[in-house]
Design a protein around this ligand. Structure first.
Ligand code: DQA
Length: 257
């Protein structure tokens, strides 16, 4: 049985699969506040603040102030806090992993965010630290895996979802790049298998133009969240919120008939 994301004890989007998440990728505090307000007005179910795009990431006070301004602009829409590591498709930053986790701790303690995303490929001690701090602050932890070059073999896709669950994730996420349509098909198959066998929600997408279909139909295969563009995309293949919403409505009608 696929599981919806649960934030603050409540299923996101009333339990609809997938819920819609829009990324925020501004570099400056002013641009971020503006982006957050503009994107929140489009009413996604969740905002993702990609803090690796934020130029002030090495200044904890600046990040906390920005987190507060995002929370205010979000007008009740929960915020997922993500520093995407460069080797998994994120921006270069001037922090080492211990400093990133100290930032996660400070932001988690600030009461401005609803969930955290951390890559499962980090050293076990770092993943354990992310797990411990998010649990201590009562925040769900997404453990994620990204490959911006290729789609791993089926066994590895299955193993990534399993690994996230074994590491104690509240949500398992896999985003991979297809090189052919068969890769897109395999990613959807792995999504379905993971959503049926794991006790936690799964999020999965195939990136780029070839994979764009997964951002619309992924929920049918058990993906709990799709990333859609509010103002700016954070990964190739993302589709505008209004278009995603329209497609989901069609699928919802067709599949519940
Ligand atoms: O991991 C993901 C998924 C993503 O890479 C995508 O392809 O939509 C976009 C990222 O912002 C997010 O953190």
């Amino acid at each position: 049985m696929p599981h919806p994301l649960t934030l603050g004890g409540r299923p996101l989007a009333g339990g609809r699969l997938p819920a819609i998440c829009a990324p925020l990728v501004a570099r400056t505090p002013a641009a971020l506040a503006e982006e957050a307000a503009a994107v929140a007005a489009l009413q996604p179910d969740l905002l993702e603040w990609r803090v690796d795009f934020f130029a002030g990431i090495a200044d904890t006070a600046a990040v906390l102030a920005a987190a507060r301004s995002v929370q205010q602009a979000a007008r009740g829409i929960p915020v997922l806090f993500t520093r995407r590591a460069q080797r998994e498709g994120g921006q270069p930053i001037a922090l080492d992993e211990a400093q990133v986790l100290a930032l996660y701790e400070a932001v988690a303690a600030s009461g401005t965010i609803a969930a955290l995303d951390y890559e499962m490929s980090h050293e076990p001690a770092h993943v354990a630290q992310a797990r411990e701090l998010s649990r201590r602050h009562g925040l769900p932890l997404v453990l994620s895996f990204h490959d911006f070059q290729r789609t791993p073999a089926d066994a590895e896709l299955d193993a990534r979802f399993t690994q996230a669950a074994q590491l104690g994730a509240d949500v398992a996420k896999v985003a991979v790049m297809p090189q052919a349509m068969g890769d897109v098909h395999r990613l959807l198959g792995a999504t379905l298998r993971a959503s049926e066998r794991l006790a936690i929600p799964v999020i999965a997408m195939s990136m780029g133009a070839l994979g764009a279909v997964t951002r619309l139909c992924g929920g049918v295969y058990g993906s709990a969240l799709t990333f859609a563009v509010g103002s700016n995309a954070s990964a190739p293949g993302q589709i505008a919120i209004a278009d995603v919403r329209a497609a989901l409505a069609v699928l919802q009608r067709a599949t519940s008939a």
